[in-house]
Structure formats: C-alpha cells, structure tokens
Design a protein around this ligand. Structure first.
Ligand SMILES: Cc1cc2nc3c(=O)[nH]c(=O)nc-3n(C[C@H](O)[C@H](O)[C@H](O)COP(=O)(O)O)c2cc1C
Length: 350
C-alpha cells in the first residue's frame, strides 16, 4: 500500500455489520449454548494501517453468529491532520508524550452498555499511546465502559512501544479494566532506516521504498496474519475464557520484544518529560511562543536519534555477554501477558 488511505472513520460506518447487533440465533458451533457475547472494538487510524489490523482481527468475530460487534471510531477536536505539516507534528509532541489529550468528539456509546470484551488497538505517538486513544481512556464514558472489563491491547507502530504500554497499563488500571492480552506489530525495517522512512510517510503520506530503504509501516503479510488473533478471541469467547484473568492469545506469536531498544526508550521518555513540560509551560498547542522552543527541540531530537540510539545499540552489542541475562529479563517482562511462543499457530493456519 503506497498510497495513504482516507481516515477509516469516513468509510467504516458503511461497512456491513460494522456496528449494531448481529442475529442472536446461533448456528455457529463455536458459539455453543452461551448467550451472545458483546465485543467493543475501538478504532482510530490516520493512514488506515491500524484500521486494517483491527478490521482483520474483528472479521472472525463479526462472522460468528454468537458474537455481537460494535466498532467505535474515535475522533478528537480539532482533528489531527494526515499527512502532517512539519510544525504541527512537532507541536503534537508535549500533549502526546505527557498524555494530555485534546477533547474527544461525541461518542455513539453512552457508557451504560455492557461488553464482554474490549479490543483496544492503538498506535504509539512520542512513546505514549496516541492522544485519541488516551482521550477515550480519560473520558467518563470510556472509563465506565472499561470498568471491570477484560481488555486486549493491539499495538501497531514503528518499533518503540515499551514505554507506551507501561502508560497504557496505568491508564487501564485507573479505569478498573483488566488487561488480558497484548498483541504488537512493528515495522519490519531496520531501526535506523525507520527513523527516515516513518517521518517521510508521516510528512508526505508516501510509504514506498526509496533510496534503497525499505517501505515504511507493516507489510501486507503481517496485517493478513493478524486474523489468527480474531480466531483465537472468537474461540476464547465461546468457552468463556475472557472471564478469567489468564491471557487467551498465548502461543500465537502475539509479541516479540527487542530489548535492545529499552535503553533508548527510557532515555527518550525522561527527556520527553522535561521538554514536554517546558513546552506546555510556554503555551497551549498551536501558540506562537512554542515555535522557537520546538525548533530547538527538533535539533535536540535529531541529535538524540543519531547519537543515543546507535550508541546504546553499539554498546549493547559490545557488552552482550554481560548484559544477556538483564536483556532476557526485560524481554520476558515486556512480553507479558501474551508472550512470544508460537506453539498454537498451526491451529489457525489458513
Ligand atoms: C505524531 C506521531 C508520533 C509517533 N511516534 C512514534 C513512536 O514514538 N514510536 C513508534 O514506534 N511509532 C511512532 N509513530 C508511528 C505510529 O505509531 C504509527 O505506526 C503510524 O502513525 C501509523 O498509524 P496509523 O494507523 O494511525 O496510520 C508516530 C506517529 C505519529 C503520527
């Protein structure tokens, strides 16, 4: 997909079965004798990438007569542009990194609905969950909907998501939600190449290969293969597995942590806190007082990316034998709860 798609919300409401009830009578053996299960899928995507992932996971649920699916498309006011003008992108940094989102556009849900499972796909912006998703998690309706509910997070991003998921865990805990699984999809290109290909995609909408660099974003194969998670969730719902606190997507290769990026993310998050607070003190989003600070900040960011990231990667390569046990622990910790095991993959191979 080399062309930017229009925002998913523009065509989603017309998708068959995109929201509302499916027939309650079930001929699907996977639905068993249980009552119909209600699943909420939250949706926000700029280029359409995360929407494609969410749609692929949702499809087996929509096809199951024992499941009623509601897709809620999130929008914020004012809407974020895509592709991004350069300074508008930078100006989104402080509020994204410090999880102070803009206002959410009115939802179709009231908060009184009762879902059996919530699928929460999100993209990472500046090492934090994207603001439209954060806005939902801070919104009274979102908080009511999530209270006491099992949640499956689905991340699709460049490749730095560890700290964002830590923030997500805090946000979910503050809603009283139960995180049962986490699925993560990252750009398959080399880390340093993605520091060029992702901004190019964000600023121009073009994501194809260029100058010997790979295309930006997930491959079609990665997205197609996410259907296995939808199948896994469908089967878990049929046996009421979502009611326990145990993950239901283990053995499906849900997440594979590259612990080498942990140090860069830690340093990045610290500096984002300092710079983000400084910028917020200078003025609200869009204010001219922020512009000179943002110009200095972008220079700082580029220096960080071309120094800290390669330096920490090189140091870790050099010290690999010493660091191996620690990196192993980081990998294990951040792969919880769903894990990187793939033993159940044959169950869902097409
Ligand atoms: C403002 C902004 C900041 C981003 N920051 C990160 C980041 O910190 N880490 C990361 O892995 N990806 C980052 N990305 C990439 C997104 O996570 C995501 O992959 C991309 O925006 C495509 O998502 P879409 O489905 O909304 O089009 C960023 C994107 C945007 C627009």
């Amino acid at each position: 997909m080399s062309q930017a798609l229009p925002p998913y919300s523009q065509h989603l409401p017309h998708a068959p079965g995109a929201s509302g009830a499916l027939p309650a009578a079930s001929l699907d053996p996977s639905a068993g004798a249980h009552r119909v299960k209600r699943v909420l899928v939250l949706m926000y995507s700029q280029s359409g990438q995360l929407a494609r992932v969410a749609e692929r996971i949702a499809a087996p649920l929509r096809e199951s007569a024992g499941i009623e699916l509601h897709i809620e498309t999130l929008q914020v006011q004012p809407a974020y542009p895509f592709p991004w003008p350069f300074f508008r992108f930078l100006d989104a940094f402080p509020e994204s990194a410090l999880t102070h989102p803009p206002a959410l556009a009115p939802l179709t849900l009231t908060g009184g609905e009762d879902f059996d499972l919530v699928i929460l796909p999100y993209q990472v912006w500046f090492l934090a969950p994207s603001p439209p998703v954060t806005a939902f998690l801070r919104h009274p309706v979102g908080r009511r909907l999530l209270h006491g509910k099992p949640v499956v997070t689905v991340i699709a991003c460049r490749n730095m998501w560890l700290q964002a998921q830590e923030k997500m865990k805090g946000l979910l805990a503050s809603c009283g939600a139960r995180l049962i699984d986490n699925v993560v999809l990252v750009d398959p290109g080399p880390t340093l190449a993605t520091f060029i290909t992702t901004p190019r995609w964000m600023f121009t909408g073009r994501r194809g290969a260029f100058w010997g660099l790979p295309p930006a974003g997930l491959s079609d194969g990665q997205i197609a293969a996410t259907r296995r998670f939808g199948l896994g969730l469908r089967d878990a719902l049929a046996r009421d597995a979502e009611r326990s606190n145990a993950p239901v997507l283990t053995g499906l290769g849900a997440v594979n942590v590259d612990p080498k990026l942990y140090i860069s993310e830690k340093v990045g998050t610290r500096s984002f806190f300092v710079w983000g607070s400084l910028l917020r003190a200078a003025g609200p989003p869009g204010s001219p007082q922020r512009v000179p600070l943002l110009a200095i900040y972008v220079a700082f960011l580029v220096v960080m990316i071309v120094t800290i990231v390669p330096l920490s990667l090189a140091l870790q390569a050099l010290l690999r034998p010493v660091l191996r046990p620690w990196l192993g622990r980081i990998k294990h910790q951040f792969e919880m709860p769903s894990g990187s095991a793939t033993d159940r993959l044959p169950l869902y191979e097409d």
